[in-house]
Write a protein that binds this ligand. Structure first.
Ligand code: NDP
Length: 374
C-alpha cells in the first residue's frame, strides 16, 4: 500500500517537481504552491559500475529522476549487462567491463560513473574514473582508510572532476528538518546524541564479512551511519573517540571483522555521542538528539524508509521520498550546476568518516581514548 502510493506520488510529480515542492514546504509540512513544471535543463548521464543489490535499487530509483539518466553499465557479469540493457534501453557502446572501462574516456555520452562495488574496489575504480575524465559518485564507505580516501580526492581534483559519496540521508526531508531545527537553535545547546545502527548479517560467505573486500565489519558498512549521523545531527566534528568491541561469534566474524562495537565521540562544544554498530542485532536503526531546550528521536533513522521522527514539538511531518531518487536528482544539481547541499556529500565528507573509523578501530585495539585532529 505504502510502496504503491509512494510510486504513484513520484510518477505523478517527477522528482524535480518534488524537490521544488520540498523547497516550498513550510515547517508544518504544508505546501504553499503546487509546482509541476517539466524540467528543461541539463541531464546528468550516469553509468553504474557494479550491478548488484544496491546498484539495482539505485537504477530503479533513477527512473523517477528528471535531472539524471542511467545511460551506461560497467559490470563483470555479461548476463547482467544484457538484462539491464534491455530493461533500461542502454546501447552497446555504453557498456564496459572492469578491464576496459578506462575507455569511457572517449565516450562523450557519459558524464559520471556511480561506483557501487565492494568497498575495497572503490579506491582504484574511482581513481580510474577520474583519470578517464568523468565525475565519480562513490558508495559509502568511500574507501578502506583515510590514505586511500585522500588519494581519491587528489585524483579527482587533479582531473578536475567532482567526487561525491552516496550519503543518501543528507537529502532526506525529515533528517533535513531536524538539522534545520538545530541550526535555528530550537533544541538549545546540544548535549547528547545516540546512534544505533545494525542488523544481523546473514550469509557468512558474503564479501561484507571478508576483511580484504570490506575493510572491516559492521562499522565499515552500517556503523558508518551512526558516525556520519552523529556529525550531521550534532553539527560539529568530534575531537575524541573511545570504543569497545564485543564478539560472540569468532567463526563468522573473523579477525578484524567487527561484529559489534560500542563507541563514544566527544565534540568541542561539550556534546557527547554514544553509538552502537552491529552485525548481530536486528531492528537497530535509531537516532536520539538531546539539547537544553528540546529533543529529536528518529526510528527508523537511516533505513530506506519511510524515516519517522518526532521532536519535543511532535511528529516531524515531511514528504515521504525514495532516498536514491532525491539523492541523484540533487547530485545532478551539485555536479552540473555547482549547487551546495545543506550537508556535504563530497570526498572531504567521506574522508572525515574514514578518519573517525580509523580512530575507532585504534581505540578498540588499544583501549585508549584517541584524539582526532581538528
Ligand atoms: P552486492 O554484493 O549486492 O553487489 C556488488 C556488485 O559489485 C556485484 O554484484 C558485482 O557486480 C560487483 N563486484 C565487482 N567485484 C566484485 C567482487 N569481487 N565481489 C563481489 N561483487 C563484486 O553489494 P551491494 O550492492 O549491497 O554493495 C555495494 C556497495 O554499495 C558497497 O560499498 C556498500 O557499502 C554500498 N551500499 C550502500 C547502501 C546505501 O544505502 N548507501 C546500501 C547498500 C550497499 P557485477 O556482477 O555487475 O560486476
Amino acid at each position: 500500500m505504502y510502496m504503491n502510493s509512494r510510486r504513484d506520488f513520484l510518477q505523478k510529480l517527477g522528482a524535480s517537481a518534488i524537490m521544488m515542492q520540498l523547497s516550498s514546504m513550510t515547517a508544518s509540512g504544508q505546501s504553499n504552491e503546487p509546482v509541476q513544471q517539466p524540467y528543461k535543463g541539463r541531464v546528468l548521464r550516469v553509468a553504474i559500475m557494479g550491478l548488484g543489490g544496491y546498484g539495482t535499487r539505485v537504477a530503479e530509483a533513477m527512473q523517477a529522476c528528471s535531472k539524471v539518466k542511467l545511460v551506461g553499465l560497467i559490470s563483470g557479469t555479461p548476463s547482467k549487462i544484457k538484462e539491464w540493457q534491455a530493461k533500461y534501453d542502454i546501447p552497446e557502446s555504453n557498456c564496459y567491463n572492469y578491464d576496459n572501462f578506462d575507455q569511457v574516456k572517449s565516450n562523450p555520452n557519459i558524464d559520471a560513473v556511480y561506483v557501487i562495488t565492494p568497498n575495497e574496489l572503490h579506491h582504484s575504480q574511482v581513481i580510474r574514473v577520474a583519470k578517464a575524465g568523468k565525475h565519480a559518485i562513490c558508495e559509502k564507505p568511500m574507501a578502506l582508510n583515510a590514505k586511500e580516501g585522500q588519494e581519491m580526492i587528489d585524483a579527482c581534483n587533479k582531473a578536475n572532476v567532482k567526487l561525491l559519496v552516496g550519503y543518501r540521508m543528507h537529502f532526506e526531508p525529515r533528517t533535513l528538518e531536524v538539522i534545520r531545527m538545530r541550526n535555528a537553535g530550537e533544541f538549545g545547546k546540544i548535549r547528547f546524541f545516540q546512534g544505533q545502527c545494525g542488523f544481523k548479517a546473514g550469509d557468512p560467505t558474503q564479501w561484507r564479512l571478508n576483511k580484504a573486500l570490506a575493510g572491516g565489519g559492521a562499522l565499515m558498512d552500517i556503523g558508518i551511519y551512526a558516525i556520519n549521523g552523529a556529525r550531521y545531527m550534532v553539527g560539529e566534528e568530534p575531537n575524541w573517540v573511545t570504543a569497545q568491541e564485543t564478539k560472540t561469534d569468532p567463526v563468522k566474524f573473523k579477525e578484524d571483522v567487527d561484529e559489534t562495537i560500542q563507541f563514544q565521540l566527544g565534540f568541542p562544544g561539550g556534546a557527547v555521542a554514544s553509538c552502537l554498530s552491529s552485525y548481530n542485532i536486528n531492528h537497530l536503526d535509531r537516532f536520539f538528539l538531546s539539547g537544553d531546550k528540546g529533543f529529536a528521536e528518529m526510528q527508523p533513522s537511516t533505513g530506506y524508509g519511510p524515516i519517522k521522527g518526532r521532536t519535543h514539538n511532535g511528529e516531524i511531518i515531511q514528504p515521504i521520498v525514495t532516498h536514491q531518487t532525491i539523492q541523484m536528482e540533487q547530485m545532478s544539481g551539485i555536479i552540473l550546476d555547482g549547487n551546495r547541499p545543506v550537508v556535504a556529500v563530497d570526498g572531504e565528507e567521506g574522508l572525515k568518516d574514514l578518519k573517525i573509523i580509523e580512530a575507532i578501530y585504534r581505540a578498540v585495539k588499544t583501549g585508549q581514548k584517541v584524539f582526532l585532529k581538528a
